[in-house]
Design a binder for this molecule. Structure first.
Ligand SMILES: *[C@@H]1O[C@H](CO)[C@@H](O)[C@H](O)[C@H]1NC(C)=O
Ligand SMILES: *[C@@H]1O[C@H](CO)[C@@H](O)[C@H](O)[C@H]1NC(C)=O
Length: 217
């Protein structure tokens, strides 16, 4: 009987743990990140609660448009996550702001730890994600409208016209993480070897070099 109960418990636990699709639940009121502690845990250890202040829960970094320095892409992502707001530690949410120059692109990427929902502050934006069965889901979203990018799926955003546009993004993770496909494949350190990339894309190695050079510029 105890054996059966143990098996049921293990199965239930495995199901629950495996089914978690968001940051773990918090076990206390606040756990303001103490990035200087040097202790490595899943997340950050907590600051002594007697030392916390409103500043730990505050960030003004997305109040204004981000500086768009990448002229090729013409977009700038400004995070507002646990790295910027220590009070977000263990809370399972964060935000970002993305500013687009005319024709700007936020290139294909994934967030391994979060679903994303965007709210268009200004302008219109072409948005798209790709399912694991390779179906492209796309739409043009306008000022005040929202769009959802499901967790872990490839997605991108493109401003298709001559006006700037901006969006606010929300995530169900304190640190959603971003992996850009082009950067991961062509600018990793140490690099993915050219023969692997040439074979993957069925192109010559000198074309691989060309892509690498273009991304480094
Ligand atoms: C937290 O800070 C208070 C006040 O400085 C101190 O009395 C207490 O011992 C500290 N707690 C820990 C766990 O360091
Ligand atoms: C950004 O691009 C869209 C097309 O996707 C365009 O309709 C829109 O006008 C542009 N931005 C603004 C601010 O309108």
């Amino acid at each position: 009987m105890a054996g059966v109960r143990a098996v049921v418990l293990v199965v239930l636990l495995a199901y629950t743990v495996g089914g978690l699709a968001y940051d773990s639940d918090m076990l206390q009121d606040v756990c303001v990140a103490d990035p200087k502690s040097g202790i490595l845990v899943n997340g950050f250890p907590c600051k002594n609660i007697s030392m916390i202040a409103a500043e730990d829960f505050f960030f003004m970094g997305i109040s204004k448009p981000g500086q768009i320095t990448n002229k090729v892409l013409g977009s700038k992502v400004t995070g507002a996550n646990v790295m910027d707001i220590p009070g977000l530690n263990t809370l399972g949410v964060s935000m970002a702001r993305v500013d687009f120059a005319p024709y700007g692109l936020n290139p294909p990427h994934i967030h391994p730890r979060a679903t994303e929902i965007i709210y268009v502050l200004e302008g219109e934006l072409y948005v798209a994600f790709i399912t694991t069965s390779n179906k492209l889901i796309s739409k043009v979203v306008k000022t005040g409208e929202v769009f959802v990018f499901p967790r872990g799926l490839a997605h991108y955003q493109k401003n298709k016209s001559k006006y700037p546009t901006s969006v606010i993004a929300a995530f169900n993770s304190q640190l959603p993480g971003t992996q850009q496909f082009a950067a991961a494949l062509f600018t990793s350190n140490p690099p993915v070897s050219n023969d692997v990339l040439a074979q993957t894309f069925n192109i010559d190695e000198h074309n691989v070099e060309k892509i690498k050079a273009g991304l480094a510029a």
